[in-house]
Design a protein around this ligand. Structure first.
Ligand SMILES: CC(C)(COP(=O)(O)OP(=O)(O)OC[C@H]1O[C@@H](n2cnc3c(N)ncnc32)[C@H](O)[C@@H]1OP(=O)(O)O)[C@@H](O)C(=O)NCCC(=O)NCCS
Length: 158
């Protein structure tokens, strides 16, 4: 995780983001349309991780959580998810939801719990992830963002 810096995505990042998502075998549908709510991690010029939100009112769908294969297992996935959830909390998002077929044991560490589609607010069903991109057998998870995922900047270790 050394020498990694984080910033929000711009349109110019789409080519690199789509390559990372494809390598991680994650869907591209809808990602470019929501790119302004993606957080990216770079080492130098190289994109090494992404995490994105589709925002529907006060609910956000967390998607496109990917770390480049050579950087997995170093804490990058957890760090980028925490940072993005912290941004969401401070932007007024009240709950985050996600669909996954591969990582239902990764997300409980952030407080996500398994729910059913019936537990979700109707707005999120507009997402391509619910419109057939993710299999109907995907695990559905939800996190209530009732407190900030990260301490205030002034209280963080240097
Ligand atoms: C899931 C992913 C983002 C994790 O990123 P990472 O940087 O390797 O994860 P970290 O190093 O921050 O965390 C490692 C921890 O997560 C666990 N973990 C990593 N991937 C996991 C997975 N797919 N399922 C369950 N646990 C997982 C590890 O076992 C480890 O656990 P530990 O802390 O108890 O030892 C990465 O494996 C990836 O890009 N996978 C392909 C895309 C994907 O499946 N994305 C999630 C669906 S949106």
């Amino acid at each position: 995780m050394e020498n990694v810096f984080y910033r929000n995505a711009t349109e110019a990042d789409w080519s690199a983001v789509s390559t990372l998502l494809t390598q991680a075998e994650l869907p591209l549908a809808g990602a470019e349309a929501h790119l302004q709510h993606f957080l990216l991690a770079f080492r130098g010029e190289e994109l090494v991780a992404s995490a994105g939100l589709e925002v529907y009112g006060t609910t956000a769908l967390l998607r496109s959580v990917a770390v480049s294969k050579t950087d997995r297992g170093t804490g990058l996935g957890q760090e980028i998810v925490r940072r993005l959830l912290d941004q969401a909390y401070h932007a007024g998002v009240k709950q985050a939801v996600l669909l996954t077929t591969t990582a239902d044991r990764f997300f409980p560490r952030f407080g996500f719990i398994k729910v059913t589609r019936a537990d979700l607010p109707g707005e999120v069903f507009a997402s391509p992830e619910f419109q057939g991109v993710c299999p109907s057998t995907s695990t559905v998870m939800r996190l209530n963002l009732d407190r900030a995922p990260l301490p205030p900047v002034a209280d963080r270790p240097q």
